[in-house]
Design a protein around this ligand. Structure first.
Ligand code: AMP
Ligand code: MG
Length: 498
């Protein structure tokens, strides 16, 4: 066996380490705001594992609700919530009327590797950027974000984490949900909420000084490898390169998760290359490049197969912002690292998803090509195929009993088997065995999401939601994919630097 998986979940025991680093940026980047006062605060989801990683695992329920439902500041943390300022391109149209309109930066902590983590909100009330919006999140929207983040993490996507979901007792009106509909407030963990759009706003204001300051801040806290002695003309291209590489990896992770983000606007891309902000997301039932998640995406701009090109376009918009402080040529060079980083991560992820050890570039590329060609020509279930063949060629007998075994024949299939045979299986743990020899994969196809929402809406029955989260957790432990930026518990291997 050439690689190892953790044998058990780490025991989180980190200490709480508060930070107010974002306020060091000074004026011009955010506005202090007040949270909404909600008529009711009912805890619906608490991510105990991630609470443990940031030293908040011991909060009792009353304290949890005080901090994440009423937004009483955490000790020695940001005193007043900060609505972050940003602009962005939405469906390729520039919109200066953006900014945190229903969320804010509530707190910051250092994780167990000493890196900064933001506790950001969604649905916490109106801000100067709410325009005509109510500043609220529907309960269904919150439930969908909790589910998406959990499954993406299990599938090895470097995503924001959902820390808390509290139902808030208001009635909301939405065009895309039967209304009135229930309300909630979400707290998410993401290393940064500094968006491409944060820089775009500074470009629109022609503010080179604040751009240089933000570049330095991003390097200090998120991309220390891009430091070049404090000279923005050199540091901005180095930062761009780090962001391009991280973004390339993020898209590759989506492609191998069969995930369609749905709203790839530049205000939904952060400089850490974390996947975040989940609205109309979908997972693919079967491979389909044109599969579009958002009903309002009429041209399919953000379809599954267009995600790599879209993120490249977004990176170009980010690069333009940096021309305020750096020459064009090195920025253009930095952008060129996106493609190779995307391809490297595709190879890495196809091996991890199929449970085989990486071999060499040619063999891993062949596995990638064979996997997608088979999915395309057979229209086999995306996740069912991953599940049946996780562990590589030795899974032949198991796959022969699959509900889609009838699709396992023909030329494209033979190519996939051959490519799998060229790879060693990854180590097999008790968790992997229990999951991969079970009934089937953990999935969140749209019908399943609707089916688990229905009992919540009809009779406040959360049992299917809880059962789905438990199933996703079993999948996470079984795949045991070392994600970029994963917790350092001594057992989960850190991904190679990208
Ligand atoms: P999103 O589509 O969630 O990324 O949000 C795009 C922009 O619309 C951001 O500036 C949000 O803060 C704002 N926004 C979205 N929903 C609401 C809402 N219900 N109330 C206020 N602002 C909102
Ligand atoms: Mg957004």
């Amino acid at each position: 066996m050439t690689s190892h998986r953790p044998t058990a979940d780490p025991t989180p025991g980190a200490t709480y380490r508060p930070s107010t680093a974002h306020t060091d940026l000074g004026p011009g980047y955010f506005d202090a705001v007040r949270p909404a006062v909600f008529p009711k605060t009912v805890l619906r989801y608490r991510n105990q594992r991630w609470a443990g990683h940031i030293g908040l695992g011991d909060l009792d329920e009353a304290a949890w609700i005080a901090h994440f439902g009423r937004f009483e500041p955490l000790p020695d943390n940001i005193a007043e919530p900060l609505a972050l300022r940003y602009h962005g391109h939405q469906f390729r149209t520039y919109n200066p009327d953006l900014g945190d309109g229903r969320g804010f930066l509530f707190a910051q902590v250092r994780d167990d590797q000493g890196r900064l983590l933001d506790l950001g909100t969604k649905g916490s009330g109106r801000t100067p950027y709410s325009r005509s919006g109510d500043g609220r999140l529907t309960l269904k929207g919150g439930v969908r974000e909790v589910l998406a983040t959990a499954l993406l993490e299990a599938f090895g996507v470097y995503t924001s984490k959902s820390l808390s979901l509290i139902e808030t007792g208001e009635e909301l009106v939405r065009g895309d949900e039967p209304s009135p509909t229930r309300s909630s407030v979400l707290v998410r963990l993401s290393h940064s909420h500094i968006r491409f759009g944060t820089f775009q706003r500074l470009l629109a204001e022609n503010d080179a000084a604040r751009t240089a300051r933000l570049v330095a801040h991003c390097i200090q806290h998120y991309h220390p490898g891009a430091a070049r002695g404090g000279d923005p003309a050199q540091e901005a291209p180095a930062l761009l390169e780090a962001v391009a590489r991280a973004s390339g990896a993020m898209v590759a992770e989506w492609m191998l998760a069969g995930f369609v983000h749905g709203v790839l606007n530049t205000d939904n891309m952060v400089i850490t290359g974390e996947s975040f902000d989940y609205g109309p997301w979908r997972f693919l039932p079967t491979y389909e490049p044109g599969f579009t998640a958002a009903y309002f995406d009429e041209t399919g701009l953000y379809a599954y197969g267009r995600q790599p090109g879209t993120v490249a376009w977004n990176l170009e918009r980010f690069a333009e912002c940096l021309t305020l402080v750096a020459p064009v040529a090195p920025l253009e060079d930095a952008l060129k690292t996106y493609g190779p980083a995307f391809n490297d991560a595709l190879r890495r992820m196809v091996c991890l998803r199929l449970g085989v050890a990486a071999k060499d570039e040619a063999a891993d590329d062949e596995l990638l090509g064979a996997f997608f060609q088979f999915l395309h020509s057979s229209k086999a279930g995306f996740e069912r195929t991953v599940f049946d063949w996780h562990g590589g060629a030795p899974r032949r007998d198991f796959a022969a009993a699959s509900p889609q075994a009838g699709l396992y024949s023909g030329e494209a299939f033979m190519r996939l088997v051959k490519a799998l045979e060229a790879h060693e299986p990854r180590g097999w743990t008790a968790e992997a065995q229990a999951y991969f020899e079970g009934a089937g994969p953990a999935t969140l196809l749209i019908d399943q999401v609707e089916a688990l929402w229905a009992p919540i809406a009809e009779r406040d029955d959360w049992s299917l939601f809880e059962a789905k989260l438990a199933e996703i957790e079993r999948a996470r432990l079984a795949f045991a994919i070392p994600t970029r930026g994963g917790p350092s518990d001594g057992r989960v291997a850190t991904a190679p630097a990208l």
